[in-house]
Design a protein around this ligand. Structure first.
Ligand code: F6R
Length: 609
């Protein structure tokens, strides 16, 4: 986790670093710091707490210099504190390092360095890096960094600034994302593109095992073995404005409202209305042949896993190929049955989730073909995969995933219909009907958003409760799981999702007078059964909020309150159900005074296992 930035060039580095860190705050926000090479040498300023804390310290004692590195932290080793904040240095404060990732062998390296007389001041794994570089420094910083990282095991993106060679920044990547920005008489380091987009659109994306040596005038890319790499910078076409709040109070609310646009963009160019078929040139170009596929594994984490559950239902129903949806962190530890006839689909907004990347690697080792569904061009998942389906949600900044999740659903529906079409497992008239409903989703998403006022009112009703249950059957259960995660992470209210028919096997004991139960009931074929389960909880005193398709009269009779969403194809309903449930979580968090865009203990991009 964590975000890192670096700057060398014609400007004063402090403001560039602070601006970059603010853009990376979604990666972690429990402490932050910068190191700047000033006229008096290397100076560090760091602080526990948000970047605003660091900023006020720097206002009191500005650091002036044209080269610097910075860090925003999500603690893994050592509690959030001033001393555990990055940058970390060697004993003489000649070498400073910021790091994103985990050094797995830090304890043995620490013992070795302590035996040689090093004193450690922090509890972090990172501090070994600065001491190692100091140990190996013999007049050549690049060489010292190279020797130091050769000793590291784990994941790291690091940036190094040293008083020994202050006209140089060094960046190294191994299993944690890192990009280099190219400007005129200036160069940048960032964990992610928004950190530097204000200054340049031209970036190099470092691969694992690569380093960059930056000066004001140039950026040299090389392998860790020292072989120079010739690579053209990548031009970023999207705008920073797309990553700003656009007048909304929070990124999350903005991103919820962007869903009609995100749906449209994810569908764009992928439906051939003449042939009534899905076209995915990205898959065709990779030589992918659906007829070779005997089983499909969907791997993902958190919200993306909930998208995978919907994907499983859609693909199985349309293709009759057996599909498993699996939490990515579990995948490689259970000896999965995958081979060259297995298609593994990794679903990840960021494309940087360590668990998902590890599952992709495992799948590759087993000979499977790997497709990534991701939102970030140039991400590790996009580069690891045989083929990529990009969701076109645009940058997602709020920690809680909203528009990326529903765009993942759209991409999975497209994949399911594409596979069914190529395999001939779907009746053409069913396919035409499903495509027509899919194309209607952006409009229907817009209509769903119009009900925000009711959700605000319902959120006020539940904001004071301690526990809440979501229930649903089939795809409504998948929607309920996502709703429950969203409510938990945003409002900190304990909630659980159950298949509606399962409560009576034990958890019904938790329902008492006033316990809120949200019942998702968008599958016509399951409605009667779900209503039966609603009656069971009502009989025990539950306060029931139903999520029903427009025109329903039955659910309204059973529930206390009903939120209506436009009618769609049963398979597509989770994409619409998500919207009111995201709003419920958003308004509940707001009512409880929580930090909506940065819920406690979390980070946007989970780059540790
Ligand atoms: C919850 C949320 C997380 C992510 C998960 C995977 O709102 O955003 O559960 O879905 O950390 O992240 P990606 O999709 O980037 O792999």
């Amino acid at each position: 986790m964590c975000g890192i930035v670096g700057y060398i060039g014609k400007r004063n580095s402090q403001s560039v670093l602070l601006n970059g860190l603010k853009k990376l705050e979604y990666r972690g926000y429990d402490s932050a710091g910068v190191a700047v090479h000033t006229a008096q040498g290397l100076h560090i300023c760091k602080s526990k707490g948000r970047i605003s804390e660091l900023e006020s310290r720097l206002q009191d004692a500005p650091l002036v210099g044209s080269a610097g590195i910075g860090h925003t932290r999500w603690a893994t080793h050592g509690k959030p504190s001033d001393v555990n904040s990055h940058p970390h240095t060697d004993i003489e404060t000649k070498i400073s390092v910021v790091h994103n990732g985990i050094i797995e062998n830090h304890l043995s390296l620490k013992e070795e360095l302590e035996a040689l007389g090093c004193t450690f001041v922090s509890e972090t794994d990172t501090e070994v890096i600065s001491h190692l570089i100091a140990r190996y420094y013999e007049g050549d910083l690049v060489q010292a960094v190279r020797r130091a990282v050769a000793r590291l095991r784990g994941a790291y993106a690091i940036a190094v600034l040293s008083e020994h060679e202050p006209d140089k920044l060094i960046a190294v990547r191994w299993a944690s994302p890192l990009i280099i920005g190219v400007g005129e008489d200036e160069h940048f380091i960032g964990s992610d593109i928004p950190a530097i987009l204000e200054y340049t659109r031209d970036v190099y994306i470092l691969n694992d095992g690569e380093m960059a040596v930056l000066t004001r005038d140039g950026a040299e890319l090389m392998t860790l073995e020292g072989n120079f790499i010739a690579r053209q910078p990548f031009r970023i076409e999207w705008d920073l404005a797309m990553a700003e709040k656009d007048g909304y109070e929070h990124f999350m609310l903005k991103e919820i409202h962007e869903q009609p646009r995100a749906f449209r963009d994810t569908l764009r160019g992928r439906i051939d209305s003449g042939r009534q078929a899905v076209v995915l040139p990205e898959l065709e170009a990779s030589g992918f042949d659906p007829r070779q596929v005997r089983r499909i594994h969907l791997v993902a984490c958190g919200t993306a896993y909930h998208a995978a559950l919907v994907g499983k239902a859609a693909i199985e129903r349309l293709t009759r190929i057996p599909v498993e949806a699996e939490v990515a962190s579990e995948y490689r530890y259970r000896s999965p049955l995958a081979d060259e006839h297995t298609l593994v689909v990794a679903v990840s907004q960021s494309g940087e989730t360590a668990d998902t990347l590890a599952a992709m690697k495992e799948a590759r080792t087993l000979g499977a073909r790997v497709i990534a569904i991701t939102n970030v061009v140039g991400s590790s998942a996009a580069r690891e995969a045989d083929a990529v389906l990009f969701t076109m949600a645009g940058p997602e900044i709020a920690v809680a995933s909203t528009k990326a999740y529903t765009s993942q659903l759209i991409a999975l529906y497209l994949l399911a219909i594409y596979l069914a079409d190529r395999l001939g497992t779907m009746d053409p008239s069913d396919s035409a009907e499903l495509l027509a409903m899919l194309e209607k989703l952006p409009l229907q998403a817009g209509e769903t958003l119009a009900g925000a006022g009711l959700l605000q009112e319902l959120a006020a009703n539940i904001a004071g409760c301690e526990h809440l249950f979501f229930i649903g059957r089939g795809l409504d259960y998948a929607a309920a799981l996502e709703a429950s995660l969203k409510l938990k992470e945003m409002s900190y209210i304990h909630s659980e999702a159950y298949p509606a028919g399962e409560l009576k096997h034990g958890s019904l004991a938790l329902i008492e007078d006033g316990t809120p139960v949200v019942a998702v009931a968008l599958q016509d074929s399951l409605l009667e059964k779900t209503i039966g389960n609603i009656k069971e909880v009502k009989a025990r005193g539950a306060y029931v909020i139903g999520i029903a398709p427009e025109g329903d009269t039955e659910l309204a009779k059973a529930a206390d309150r009903v939120v209506y969403v436009p009618r769609s194809h049963a398979l597509l309903s989770p994409a619409l159900a998500a919207i009111p449930l995201q709003l419920l979580a958003y308004y509940a968090a707001l009512a409880r005074g929580n930090d909506v865009d940065k819920p406690r203990n979390l980070a946007k991009s989970v780059t540790v296992e």
